[in-house]
Design a protein around this ligand. Structure first.
Ligand SMILES: Cc1cc2nc3c(=O)[nH]c(=O)nc-3n(C[C@H](O)[C@H](O)[C@H](O)COP(=O)(O)OP(=O)(O)OC[C@H]3O[C@@H](n4cnc5c(N)ncnc54)[C@H](O)[C@@H]3O)c2cc1C
Length: 398
């Protein structure tokens, strides 16, 4: 018999959940607070949608219990997701580090094919319906909006996302809905976000990009770093922000291909080849000129009008160790508005990893970012949204 399924939230995981719930012959309605579904999907991957990652595995996920993803990992993961998207019409391509994008480079294509499928399955989409609470009835639930509308459902899938990027719809109401059923929520913080540092150096280098090996405690990431007026940004920094706990500094190795001794030799030769060049221009051709100047100032080597030949051995050693480990004191992260995901969420121990159903309340499900799972930067978060949405959709109303 067809059951009434309410999906709260028309984001990545909600759309997947709705499709698979409807494929099982259920009557499915998506309640979306925004004027249209999938707004965040359109913003992913800078408008290109980094839809998954060929290397996605348990080590790319964080939370109190990352093993929770194993249910999804074993049943519906990267291969199955790409197969499904291919069936919907998406030709995909794999770029550096296993990142997968639609061949058209359009996030809108990903949303379009999902909408077409929802349409063909008869899924009802109710927009501008912001769910305030869900009430358990003797059998089933009432889904109640902020303006007092109440809709019945036999089962409810909470796919409201977390708190990251509230301008795209996810404000964190899902946590309150799930808490009202006895679920517990961890501390929440912005992740995949720019890291704020003391600004004396970074401000001067605002707008400059370089490739570096970035270290945060024991964690390392190689990639592009962007200096901003508040701190550090760029993919490598974004990725490491998911590892941020109590670390006090973030460090850059801006010439990771060279050892400190090799750099010492390189700089010594450079100095004898151009003895009369001023320090202001000494690193031209090695780094961005402003980076070279900031580095020397950071090392306390001034004035920059000095000739290169005046550099002493200790000063060269200081330059080399700073090139290899340039420390920036962390002062925080940028806000939820700038974050791509939420670190923390509803504790997963109270959910079945194979179905996403609550262990506390029959017929209640949660998917995607609202749960205490966050992934690295590079397609891993959407993969979790698709997979958890699939599991809930395929399991609900059976
Ligand atoms: C700028 C940006 C770029 C990103 N790029 C990538 C990327 O390229 N690759 C990647 O893997 N991940 C990326 N992410 C992360 C990824 O988009 C999210 O992790 C993923 O979309 C989470 O899916 P979700 O379904 O759980 O939540 P969301 O996609 O946030 O969807 C939740 C939906 O629920 C709706 N909603 C919320 N509360 C209510 C309510 N009370 N009532 C009704 N509806 C409600 C919201 O309006 C929203 O439509 C990016 C995130 C951002 C912000």
């Amino acid at each position: 018999m067809s059951k009434k399924i309410a999906v709260i939230g028309g984001g990545a995981s909600g759309l997947f959940a709705a499709i698979f719930a409807a494929q099982n012959g259920n009557s499915v309605t998506i309640y979306e607070s925004g004027e249209r579904v999938g707004r965040k999907i359109l913003a992913t991957g800078n408008g290109r949608c980094n839809m998954t990652n060929m290397n996605a595995d348990i080590e790319n996920y964080h939370g109190r219990n990352p093993k929770f993803i194993m249910g999804a990992r074993n049943k519906f993961w990267v291969e199955e997701t790409l197969e499904f998207f291919s069936e919907l019409g998406i030709v995909s391509k794999t770029e550096d580090e296993g990142k997968v994008y639609p061949y058209s480079d359009q996030a809108s294509a990903v949303l379009d094919v999902l909408r077409f499928r929802l349409d063909s399955l008869g899924v009802k989409i109710v927009t501008s319906f912001e769910v305030e609470k869900v009430k358990k009835k003797k059998s089933g639930f009432n889904v109640i909006s902020y303006n007092g509308q109440s809709e019945y459902a036999d089962s409810v899938i909470v796919a409201t996302g977390g708190k990251a990027a509230p301008n795209l719809g996810s404000k964190g109401v899902g946590y309150e809905i799930l808490e009202s059923f006895g679920h517990k929520v961890t501390e929440l913080s912005p992740s995949l976000v720019q890291i704020k540092t003391e600004t004396d150096v970074v401000k001067k280098l605002k707008g400059i990009k370089l490739n570096a090996n970035v270290s945060l405690g024991n964690f390392k990431e190689y990639g592009e770093v962007l200096f901003t007026e508040y701190g550090l940004s760029g993919p490598a920094v974004f990725s490491l922000s998911s590892r941020l706990k109590n670390q006090k500094t973030i460090s850059l190795d801006i010439m990771s291909e060279y050892s400190e001794d090799e750099l010492y030799d390189m700089i010594s030769v450079r100095m004898y080849q151009n003895p009369k060049i001023t320090l202001e221009n000494f690193f031209v051709g090695m780094f961005n000129k402003r980076v070279g100047q900031a580095l020397l100032k950071y090392c306390g080597i001034e004035p920059l009008s000095r000739y290169a030949v005046t550099l002493g051995e200790k000063e060269i050693r200081r330059i080399c160790s700073t090139i290899k480990k340039w420390n920036f004191k962390i002062t925080g992260t940028m806000s939820w508005n700038n974050a791509q995901v939420t670190k923390g969420g509803v504790i997963t121990d109270d959910f079945n990893p194979n179905t996403m159903e609550s262990k506390l309340v029959n017929g209640l499900y949660a998917t995607g970012e609202v749960l205490d799972i966050d992934g690295d930067c590079g397609g891993y978060n959407l993969q979790w949204a698709w997979s958890s949405g699939y599991l809930a959709g395929i399991s609900v109303g059976k």
